[in-house]
Design a protein around this ligand. Sequence first.
Ligand code: FUL
Length: 706
Amino acid sequence: MNQSLLKSNKRNNMIRYFLCGFIICICSIGCSHAQVKAPAPYGPVPNENQLRWQEMEFYAFIHFSLNTYTDQSWGYGSEDVNLFNPKDLDCRQWARICKEAGMTGVILVAKHHCGFCVWPSKYTEYSVKNSPWRDGKGDLVREMADACKEYGLKLGIYVSPWDRNHPEYGRPEYITYFRNQLTEVLTNYGQIFEVWFDGANGGTGYYGGANGNRRIDRTTYYDWSNTYKLIRKLQPDIVIWNDGGDRADLRWVGTEAGYVGETNWSLLNAKGDVPYNMLHYGVENGDSWVPGEVNTSIRPEWFYHPSEDTRVKTLPMLMDTYYNSVGRNATLLLNFPIMPNGLIHKNDEKAAMEFGKMIKETFAVNLAGKTKADASNVRGNAKKFAAANTIDSNKETYWAADDDVNTASLTIDFGKPTKFNCFLAQEYIRLGQRVKAFTVEALVDGNWKELAKATTIGYKRILRFPTVEATQLRFNITDSKSCPVISNIGIYNAPQILMSPSIIRNQAGEITITPADTESDIYYTMDSSEPTTNSKKYSGSFKTEGKVQVSAIAYEPASGKSSPVTNEQFDLPRTDWRILGISDNRASVIIDGNPSTAWHQPRNTRLPADLVIDMGKEQALCGFRYYPDQTMWGPGIITQYEFYVSNDNAEWKLVDHGEFSNIKNNPTWQTKKFEPVIAHYIKLRALKNTENNNNLGYAEVDVIIE
Ligand code: FUL
């Protein structure tokens, strides 16, 4: 055999050997993939209706009833049906706003606690059929159902179990009535995705003229299990929300303020009490799948009150709500109160549009989409369970680890320095909720830096952190009930929301300027000129004397965007001020310069009531300012006042008196001017408040100097 033949034979053998090995290898990978089984479900899992509902994520509530015409939160049940006459009612406007804001459905209050039905129920006279609206021929549920259909939204219904109008409420007969009504709304209006049973149950009411107090046992009175059977028969695809009685498909999260616990298990126990913390966090080892729905209003109240036109939630507030609901494994049910004319107010519309736009912009580009994903452990080394499944935009594929693995990491390699500030993860919840703790890290200049640390994930978890520029991101599952099963990873560079900064001067005269976000720079002026990026850059609190004006902007270097200007004027540093005659030290918050802290007079206060301040020395005054408590409930807003000055705290001179007009509707700074006067002591006397009681609150009291 010559040398070349020998060589060629050798080469052929090698090729054969290599090919053989390759084929065996392919075969074994293929075979082993086929053999690697998906993880078994761990603990309770959602049913199809709950899964479909969870994916709806963000939908609307509509509160509109007789309360809208009486400025009430809860009707008594005796309100006149003739009040209901919305001249411009247009459910298409509601549906358009919901759709444009990115919502997927609408839950309409068909009957609130007052018992008034916005559909022409044949089981009661207390309904739209006896109202002047559309000459008694109107049916709001029908109009809503039609508008939802037109705009591609799903329809849900709220029917209050408590009925303060019905004569039989509290007796067995009412349950038949209640079920008849449910049958009407769940039969005549097409598919209903959710039915909502509020937990307010029993108490005083009109009750057909009896005007009594009807107490019921929430656990037995409604015989929920049979009511649920009826509902599921009529609407097999429905989910039931119930905050009283038997465990339903969905749970309340224990607050109407717009957030669920940072830890949020979609589990509860089917039986037994559900205290607040269980509603808020779920039950880690609960025996049933009962996910949370965050219900909150776009304004402080559920029904429309003109006084709240200026209290519609701002974009940063709504974004917080989004991250604290959808971003914490819950859905978001955001309420629109309808005005007496039957429309959503323009302020609410604007807020909803900005909110929807911001959600869309934030999640428009998934930076993980075109990257490479690797995991520390892949179930059976099978491609079917590889890390890449988390970035393939397919919600049915997932990365899973081996059964005995409950800590694992997934690394996303961007291939180049990439900026981001938001991380999203989703578990494949068809196999249960598993992850108990995780961290997110970024590879910055060759070093791993922790960006965020959290507990549960569930259907969806979103974390925000300051913008970082990194080449890789590492998602570390540090504890899991069983092997992690992750279907989706999202990495985003969310636009900064540039709000005007707040400027305060404390009692010692120090000015503090605070941006609404953590990444903006602040520029300010003190000479009444408009601040720009050429103005002085704020680098921390600074001391001031006497009368000053501060104007400031927040500026985001990355986008080159500036916020609107905040202007504040401060008269006297209140360093030497003391509140007299009040032993409660907490009263000092009235003069601390911080508008979000407030003090209230003791409960036994009689009106007129005084607030006396020693300014430490004589001052030339020409006015005063009052800022009421900004909290939602019972802020004790003064409406009628007298203002006195003194030089010895004995002899007082009345320098001004009158009303704080429109303070209830717009509880902002009240500025009152008077003839210049020299004074050492001031006294604000409260004569009356918005609630006609003795609750008197003060966030700030200040003076204006000449
Ligand atoms: C509450 C009710 O009492 C409110 O009036 C409102 O309907 C809200 C959604 O649920 O508990």
